[in-house]
Design a protein around this ligand. Structure first.
Ligand SMILES: Cc1cc2nc3c(=O)[nH]c(=O)nc-3n(C[C@H](O)[C@H](O)[C@H](O)COP(=O)(O)OP(=O)(O)OC[C@H]3O[C@@H](n4cnc5c(N)ncnc54)[C@H](O)[C@@H]3O)c2cc1C
Length: 285
């Protein structure tokens, strides 16, 4: 199994922020993944890195989940068994080719199936659509055992699942997708990309939405006044979106986040982080 030493983690996050992994293991199959978990007891796992803000500290052992299971197996009747390392775009184009669909709105999401299941990735709250809509069961490694959890056992809710506490690794997922014509699917994928070009600020590296719940009034104000710190700032185009415009750091992005959390507290409102933080030991002291 490949083990990279002193690997720059910023290369693996969409926001291009992060320190180093003293050791980064890249398992090429499930056996290698299970072996590295048993032998190294790692605490840090990275998928597509699109929902992560990583400190510029050094992390002992990181497992890169991008290669260990990239299989998509069609089982008939809209059932597909899908490895956690499969990119969402690859999953969508594959099921569309076979005449199925339902998650074309995730075509813009730069994550892997495993990360999307952990985060229960989806559309905004009003649209009420998420990847778990079509999940039948999830195969996971939890407390040293491989389990097949039914959807109802996965505690899915808005941008949340039982896997978000970091105690389980998603290995593969069984989906049942509804039928969808190829032309219709292509139209939906194109519409999603066009919509995102209009509404999402991808002018600089970012990790998508910052909070999974917050006060819209406050977030609109933040967008207007453009809260910033060092090389990071809240976007003036997209609500609830931080950009790394100029070699921003973990400290810069977290200061932006803390300012907005303080604003919520001052106004007696609540907000909940969506992005996952890997805080280094230096900051914890
Ligand atoms: C431009 C952009 C647009 C986005 N648009 C959307 C959107 O429309 N909707 C949406 O919901 N999100 C969106 N996101 C956020 C993000 O892409 C999703 O949350 C995505 O599903 C995260 O997947 P990932 O593979 O990148 O996970 P990562 O960021 O690598 O990891 C996220 C968390 O899951 C854990 N993890 C990853 N894989 C596994 C696994 N197999 N088993 C156990 N734990 C694992 C990691 O340790 C980490 O704690 C967007 C992000 C960007 C940058």
């Amino acid at each position: 199994m490949k083990c990279l030493v002193n690997e720059d983690l910023s290369k693996y996050t969409t926001v291009r922020i992060g320190g180093t992994a003293k050791k980064m293991f890249v398992p090429e199959n499930e056996d290698e993944l299970l072996k590295v978990i048993e032998e190294e007891n790692p605490k840090y796992f990275i998928g597509g890195g699109s929902n992560l803000l990583i400190d510029e500290d050094s992390f002992d052992t990181v497992v890169n989940l991008r290669n260990f299971n990239t299989q998509i197996t069609e089982l008939g009747d809209g059932f597909f068994s899908v490895g956690a390392s499969v990119r969402l775009q690859k999953l969508i184009t594959t099921i569309n080719e076979k005449g199925f669909g339902g998650i074309e709105y995730l075509f813009s999401v730069p994550g892997l199936v495993g990360g999307a299941v952990v985060m229960n990735a989806g559309r905004g709250k009003k649209a009420n659509k998420c990847i778990s809509d079509y999940i039948v069961n999830v195969r996971v490694l939890e407390n040293g055992k491989i389990l097949e959890l039914k959807k109802e056992e996965c505690d899915f809710s808005y941008r949340n699942s039982r896997f978000k506490n970091g105690n389980a690794i998603v290995l593969s997922v069984l989906f049942k997708f509804p039928s969808c014509g190829k032309d219709e699917a292509e139209k939906l994928r194109k519409e999603r990309i066009e919509h995102c070009k209009k509404v999402q600020d991808n002018s600089a590296p970012n990790f998508g939405s910052v909070f999974s719940s917050s006060s819209m009034t406050i977030m609109k104000l933040v967008k207007k006044i453009g809260i910033r710190s060092g090389g990071c700032r809240f976007s003036g185009k997209t609500v609830n979106w931080i950009l790394n415009t100029d070699n921003g750091t973990y400290a810069d992005a977290s200061k932006c986040i803390r300012k907005v959390q303080r604003l919520h507290r001052l106004c007696g409102k609540k907000c909940k982080l969506e992005v996952i933080l890997w805080e280094g030991s230096k900051n914890k002291e």
